[in-house]
Design a protein around this ligand. Structure first.
Ligand code: SF4
Length: 456
């Protein structure tokens, strides 16, 4: 990449969604309530599988970069009422869902799911199996913090059926770890990976973050070298979002230590180059996988999908999410639970649900979501095929998006042909900007409130 890419990054560096949903979460509203959610759960959807998500918000300590909904506490007693409320929420939900619908995917995230003691890991999975039917080949995954993790934790996860793990590695440089208050040695990571492989987990993902304080291209290349030796099946490389006005604890990060845009570009280049050399395929925005991985195959077959958990092969599943702040998704509804632990527990105790806000999607929302997802997953969009699927004349329906894409085509980020849009290799760094061209809500916000318009 040349300095032109750096100029483009600066030009297109505007606040923009990651499109794990469309419409995006800021458009969920409190007019959507429990009755709406109960209707959505009961809607006939026999052909759609289920994907269950459980949010465990507890962590032992605070990582300064954290963007998750979490509670740092040493008081393990807090987990007990929370687990009890998770069971109530699952029971209330399962009562309304067609019992013939089978769980194809199950995921625990956080926070730190392995904050739970091994016996509570067994208890939580026991309640999930009591209320839902898991397919024998279900993909069952858990986010794992290598720190304070024992062999017993991993053995308990394997015993109850987990077959995939995702480890938070982020960066192995001691200065970076110090700057973000997350110290984890190479020995520790090596050990938990060895345990996981011995226990027979079939897929291991590592999470890395670029853009952390004190990160340099040279130091991150050393992290990438170690990662290549550890040979995970997948990697997610997220860009750190510094939003201290939203996440107050990020003020603990010294802004002078954050990498500048040239360094951030260098970091991204190092990721692409070194993971490519190690045999990984870049899937869209932030995921990498081995060529034989089902995510790569799904991208080739154009069945890849994007949801709150990132890229997935489970397009035809509704997500039922449990726990504080978790977001559920059916074909035409998004629903988010109460974010505060206290309110979540009080509401579930009262009614079995804790709906904070949500959104019912209209047809235009669904069409635009499909277009954004196709671009972010397939890296191309065929006008005729898309038009047939939605019964629209693509060029007329998306005249606004095509006009907005023209400057991106001039900058070499997309190819605009009469019958298709293709994302160029350079454009892969700008997938969010390309998706934004299809986003009706952003356009309306820009028209009403000029402060949201593009800053370029
Ligand atoms: S372990 Fe994860 S959720 Fe907990 S503070 Fe660190 S980054 Fe946030």
């Amino acid at each position: 990449m040349t300095s032109t890419t750096l100029e483009l990054l600066q030009k297109y560096s505007v606040p923009g969604p990651r499109y794990t949903s469309y419409p995006t979460a800021p458009y969920f509203h409190t007019g959507f309530g429990e009755a709406d959610w109960a209707d959505a759960l009961a809607a006939p959807a026999a052909d759609r599988g289920l994907s269950l998500y459980v949010h465990i918000p507890f962590c032992d300590s605070l990582c300064y970069y954290c963007g998750c909904n979490m509670v740092a506490t040493r008081d393990y007693g807090k987990t007990q009422p929370y687990l009890a409320m998770l069971e109530r929420e699952m029971a209330a939900t399962a009562q309304r869902v067609d019992p013939k619908r089978v769980v194809r995917q199950l995921h625990w995230g956080g926070g730190t799911p392995t904050y739970l003691h091994p016996d509570d890991i067994r208890r939580l999975m026991g309640m999930m199996r009591r209320h839902f039917t898991l397919a024998p080949d279900a993909e069952i995954s858990c986010e794992v913090d290598p720190r304070e993790l024992s062999h017993e934790h991993l053995a308990a996860l394997r015993e109850v059926g987990f077959n995939r793990l995702s480890f938070g590695v982020q960066d192995m440089d001691p200065d970076v770890q110090q700057a973000v208050n997350r110290i984890q040695s190479e020995f520790l990571i090596r050990q938990v990976l060895d345990w996981s492989r011995e226990l027979g987990f079939s897929s291991i993902n590592l999470d890395l973050i670029v853009g952390l304080p004190k990160q340099t291209v040279a130091s991150f290349r050393r992290t990438l070298e170690r990662v290549a030796v550890w040979a995970p099946d997948r990697l997610a490389v997220f860009a750190y979002a510094h939003v201290p006005w939203m996440k107050k604890h990020q003020k603990l990060i010294n802004e002078a230590d954050l990498p500048d845009s040239a360094t951030r570009l260098g970091l991204q280049q190092a990721v692409n180059e070194m993971l490519g050399a190690a045999g990984y395929v870049n899937i869209g925005l932030d995921h990498f996988a081995r060529p034989e991985d089902e995510l790569v195959r799904a991208q080739q077959n154009k069945t890849l999908w994007r949801n709150f958990q990132g890229y997935t092969t489970h397009k035809h599943c509704d997500i039922l999410a449990f726990g504080a702040s978790s977001i559920s998704q059916t074909l035409d509804v998004y629903m988010q639970n109460e974010k505060s632990l206290k309110r979540y527990e009080a509401r579930v105790a009262a009614t079995g649900f804790a709906v904070e806000r949500g959104l019912k999607l209209g047809r235009d929302d669904q069409i635009r979501r499909d277009a954004i997802t196709r671009v972010m997953c397939d890296l191309e969009l065929d006008f005729a095929a898309f038009g047939r699927e939605w019964d629209i004349a693509f060029g007329d329906y998306f005249a606004d998006a095509l006009a907005d894409l023209r400057p991106l085509a001039v900058d070499g980020l997309v190819e605009l042909a009469p019958d298709r849009i293709g994302v160029t290799p350079r454009g892969r760094l700008f997938l969010r900007n390309i998706g934004m061209c299809f986003d009706r809500y952003l356009k309306e916000a820009a028209a009403e409130q000029p402060r949201y318009s593009r800053t370029a």
